[in-house]
Design a binder for this molecule. Structure first.
Ligand SMILES: [Zn+2]
Length: 69
């Protein structure tokens, strides 16, 4: 009973955190949040590709060697 309540509270907190957390990229120039599909900020700053989950990441030479034919 006690652990069920703890589990429920933790679950609610996690769901709320996921719901409230929006990974919005902000412009380093004017600090405006990036719009969904716009790669260019209204101030003219061009956003880079996202760092996380990006297949074009060139950090590990072995990974790129495996991908290239
Ligand atoms: Zn901007």
């Amino acid at each position: 009973m006690f652990y069920t309540t703890i589990f429920a509270i933790v679950l609610i907190i996690v769901i709320l955190a996921k719901y409230l957390y929006k990974p919005v990229e902000r412009c380093p120039e004017c600090n405006a949040p990036r719009e969904s599909d716009h790669p260019i900020c209204p101030c003219g700053y061009v956003f880079e590709f996202p760092d996380d989950d990006d297949p074009f990441e060139y950090g590990d030479p072995e990974d790129s060697a495996k991908d290239s034919p």
